[in-house]
Structure formats: structure tokens, C-alpha cells
Design a protein around this ligand. Structure first.
Ligand SMILES: C[S@@+](CC[C@H](N)C(=O)[O-])C[C@H]1O[C@@H](n2cnc3c(N)ncnc32)[C@H](O)[C@@H]1O
Length: 353
């Protein structure tokens, strides 16, 4: 929402991604074979639930997704939780008007840091945090390190105005109001010198992703840049996960949402290059390692297959079936189901230059 309480274009895309991801995330978490009984979705900057025109915000969106999937959770003996926090008393009152209470909802009105530490202590199972672009500078280093980056079984969606920060770091923008940005960068260990040689905010977005990987100690960090050329504002939605299936689900949603004017293609040249390079450097990898490496590079199984197929046609790789697996029609078993099956099915040898 902007200062006039109207949900802007950027926020609409942000909320569309949030809704789609939430649906995918909760659909998986509700399944009986997923080993978590408690699943929590945590929105520390929930706002009012709806804007002044009645457009749904993050809290209302989460409520409708929960309502849809709640029966599935219950029938599978699982317990979902939705935590909604809003500091401002008037906004909190509106939130409670706009989002009717339910068994699974916990409302609170605290500073986000206090709310996160209070909530985190009682959390069980798996959690997803949604950090709003208006909220990321509000969180302290301790909150980030102890409760967000430092936790296993925790996924984070965090929306950051990268262009604004990039200009700030390059001293192209400066004002008292931007001080919290400097604090945030310090918290994730990004210094002014690390952006000196960067040419665009897109390169800078990559630096932020690397910093988040380092801080969270995971390879599964992805982002989507949302461009609004007319207002020259560029945001990035970062997704941080400790789990390969969560990562795949996020990539699938990004793939479904490909809109050339809004998103850069998910399989970009650098991703191809990184993947191919990984194969080349390792010389031989089995299908489980290939699946994992592909997801780390931001590639879905269908993208991995496409690349492997052309590498095989070009004679750059040789594929060997392993004992107990018969390779039919030049198939590449690189799905999640092949990954969780501990017995590898094929080995791929790099034989190109
Ligand atoms: C842009 S609005 C929320 C939008 C909402 N997440 C959505 O996507 O629909 C950001 C909210 O964060 C609240 N807020 C700001 N600082 C906060 C803090 N330190 N702790 C908790 N809430 C805070 C503001 O009052 C505001 O309602």
C-alpha cells in the first residue's frame, strides 16, 4: 500500500505471487507424507487486510487461501496457523474488521521485532514469513539472524526496493529517511565498496541474493525483479528456502507468471551457463545431483531436460543407465520423485570440450 492506503501496481504483482505461492506451499504442507504437523504463515506487517477501495491485501489473501485448504489440513491431522501482526492501533482495528477471526488465526498488535521473537519461541513444524517492502528496514539484525535467516524449517518471502537501495549506495540518492536502508545493508553484510564496480541495479540484485545465501546458509535463494518503467521503480521479491521442494515450487510459480513486460525469463543465459558449467566441472553427475544442481541454478526439471537433450544431441554428454534402470526414449529422470529415490538411475558424463 502507498501512503494513501491504495494498493499500487507493484503491490498487486507482489500479492499475486504471494497468493500463488501460499496456495502451492499450503497444498504441499497439508499432505500426510510431509513430516510437519504444524504449519505457520507469518505476516509481521499485515496492514489493514483491505485497502480503502476494498482491494484485498496480504492478510485477506492468506485468509481465503487458508479457508480453502483448512479442511484438507484437518482431515490429514495437521494444524495450520496464520499469524497477523500490525503495530498501528487504527490499522489493527481495520484489520480485525476486514479479516474475520478463525480458529487458525492469531492476531497481534506489536512492534514486528517483538512479535517475531514472541511467536518464534512457540513455533513448531514449518514456517513461512512474508516480509513486506515497507517492513524490511524495520527488523533488527538480531531478528534477521536469530529468527529468519538462522532457522531451519523456515521459508521467507521478502520484497525489497532494489533500485532505491542501489542508488542510495551509489550516493545518487540521500536523505535522512534513507538511513534505515543503510542499517539493513549493514545487517546483511553489504558494504558501499561491494557496489562500486556494479553497472546496474540488476547486478546489485544478484549481490543481495548472494548476501542472503551467505546469511541464510542455503543455496536456495531466488528473486524476481518487478519493473515499473513508468515510475522507474524496480523491486525484487526474494525467496529464501532451506528445502529443495520449496525451491522447486517457487520456481514453478515464477514460471507460470512469466509476463515479458513484468518479469525477466526465468531461464536466462546465466542459468544455462551455470548449469552447463557445473556439468563440465564435475565431469560426471548422477540424476539426483543433476536435479539438485538444476534447482540451485533456478531451473525446473523441464528446463533441465531441455538443456540435457540438446547437450546429448550435440554430443557433449554421454548418458549411462545404472543397474536396475532401463532408459527408454532417451529420458532424463530428473524430477523430485527421482531425487528422493536414493538409488540413482543414470550417470551423465561430460564428453564435450
Ligand atoms: C504497506 S503496509 C502492509 C501491507 C500488507 N502486508 C499487504 O501486502 O497488504 C505496512 C504496514 O506495516 C505497519 N508497520 C510499520 N512498522 C511496523 C513495525 N515496526 N511493526 C509492525 N508493523 C509495522 C504499518 O502500520 C503498515 O500498516
Amino acid at each position: 500500500m502507498d501512503t494513501r492506503n491504495i494498493i499500487t501496481e507493484h503491490s498487486k504483482i507482489k500479492l499475486e505471487i504471494y497468493k500463488k505461492y501460499l496456495k502451492a506451499y499450503l497444498s504441499i504442507m497439508a499432505l500426510p507424507n510431509v513430516p510437519y504437523q504444524h504449519i505457520s504463515v507469518i505476516d509481521p506487517f499485515a496492514g489493514m487486510g483491505k485497502d480503502d477501495k476494498g482491494t484485498e491485501g496480504s492478510a485477506s489473501i492468506a485468509k481465503s487461501v487458508f479457508d480453502e485448504l483448512y479442511p484438507v489440513f484437518i482431515s490429514n491431522g495437521k494444524i495450520p496457523h496464520l499469524f497477523l501482526n500490525e503495530l498501528d492501533i487504527n490499522r489493527f482495528a481495520k484489520l480485525k474488521e476486514n479479516v474475520s477471526s478463525a480458529e487458525y488465526i492469531n492476531f497481534s498488535s506489536d512492534d514486528a521485532n517483538k512479535f517475531i521473537s514472541n511467536t518464534a519461541n512457540g513455533l513448531m513444524g514449518h514456517a513461512l514469513y512474508f516480509i513486506d517492502p515497507f517492513g524490511y528496514t524495520q527488523l533488527d539484525k538480531t531478528t534477521y539472524d536469530s529468527y529468519l535467516f538462522g532457522k531451519n524449517n523456515t521459508d521467507i518471502l521478502i520484497f525489497i526496493p532494489v533500485y532505491h537501495i542501489y542508488r542510495f549506495l551509489r550516493k545518487e540518492e540521500n536523505s535522512e529517511q534513507l538511513k534505515p536502508i543503510a542499517e539493513f545493508l549493514k545487517d546483511i553484510d553489504i558494504s558501499e565498496s561491494s557496489v562500486k564496480n556494479l553497472k546496474t541495479y540488476r547486478e546489485f540484485t544478484n549481490v543481495v541474493a548472494d548476501a542472503l545465501k551467505e546469511k541464510s546458509n542455503t543455496h536456495f535463494v531466488y528473486y524476481k525483479i518487478l519493473d515499473n518503467e513508468t515510475s522507474n521503480s524496480h523491486y525484487a521479491l526474494f525467496y529464501i528456502s532451506k528445502n529443495v521442494l520449496g525451491a522447486q515450487k517457487f520456481l514453478e510459480i515464477m514460471d507460470q507468471m512469466k509476463q515479458p513486460s513484468l518479469f525477466y525469463n526465468i531461464i536466462s543465459e546465466p542459468e544455462h551457463f551455470r548449469f552447463e558449467n557445473g556439468l563440465k566441472q564435475n565431469q560426471v553427475l548422477n540424476n539426483r545431483q543433476i536435479y539438485l544442481g538444476g534447482i540451485v541454478c533456478g531451473l525446473l526439471p523441464k528446463d533441465i531436460r531441455k538443456i540435457l537433450k540438446s547437450l546429448e544431441e550435440e554430443g557433449k554428454i554421454f548418458v549411462k543407465s545404472l543397474t536396475g534402470y532401463e532408459r527408454k526414449r532417451k529420458a532424463f529422470p530428473v524430477d523430485y520423485s527421482d531425487y528422493i529415490n536414493k538409488q540413482p538411475k543414470i550417470e551423465v558424463f561430460w564428453v564435450g570440450k
